[in-house]
Write a protein that binds this ligand. Sequence first.
Ligand SMILES: [Zn+2]
Ligand SMILES: [Zn+2]
Length: 380
Amino acid sequence: MTTTRDYYEVLSVERSADGDEIKRSYRRLAMKFHPDRNPDDKEAEQKFKECAEAYEVLSDDSKRKIYDQYGHEGLRGRGAAGHDFNRMNVDDIFSMFNDIFSGGGGRQGQRRAQARGYDLETEVVLDLNDVLTGVSKDVEFTRMDICDTCTGTGAKPGTEPITCDTCAGQGKVQQAGLGGMFRMVVACPTCRGRGKMIKDKCDKCHGKGRVGKKRSLSVKIPAGIHDGQAVRVPGEGEPPAAEQSPNGQGARGDLHVVVRVKSHDLFERDGDHLLMEMPISFTQAALGAEVEMPTLDGKRTLNIKKGTQYGDLFRIDDAGLPNLRNGHMGDLIVVTKIETPKKLTKKQEELLREFAETEDKHVNPESHGFWKKITDIIGG
Ligand SMILES: [Zn+2]
Ligand SMILES: [Zn+2]
């Protein structure tokens, strides 16, 4: 076994997820961590294998039941632990779940008809100012693309792929199913479904017909977008796999650009509103004041009313973020925090003492919630 992590966590799905959700999530993660897209990244490879293991179990109802009830141990105990993905090479794992990766997870029959490449996922990081205005971001990602040297055939220029002996060019073979009770058609293991074998492999792609290519794009991110949401860029994913379409004819998959929004020093986001804590002096709180407030969009004036208490809320209209759908602006909510001076000049202290003389020092526990609680506890 490759992992001891919870399989649902590995695939980031809820325990109640249905088969489709599990499939979609596995597909997305397997594409993300595929070693072709993460060259020399051992961690990505490990994650790729971990996902395959989790998918093997959660996509099989009986294994999933055992796992739900007894966990990893249960699977081992019942001889249902599945493949040792650590010992398998990535291409074999990939072709094991071949049907998920081919063209939107379509059924076998429609596969040839609509060759479609894989979707890819990448991330951009925004700050709140980008969210306020919307922004164009340059994203760079690696995708498996058609090898220029062999134009996708995998054969050395000047040579041609030959018909596969194992499947006689069909790309499929019959295999005995469960206990030999029925037979099923699977992709030919020799040619991986291509129907052709490559005698002289292309030097550049080693016969795969695809090579990792860096691609950069400018992607428009709309104002008001939230952390974790994605912008889909149609047709910027990969061309159909070599098995389906050696020369890459057919639709490319899409690119999903997942947005991460950085936290801000001053503002905290709450939906389309922003929250901020504003320190004011105790005299400003007592006497009232006009204070300058920073917003994402320059300064605004806020009127602090006389007698403001710690934690009072003020609202500055339309100084929040635009709503993604309708563009309506959220507000900036200001929470006051009253600061008591730690140091006083001689003059200030004199004035405060004078002020204190005039104060009514009588505390009536009945009229003051906090003191009432204290007197309840100490029985005063
Ligand atoms: Zn090539
Ligand atoms: Zn074959």
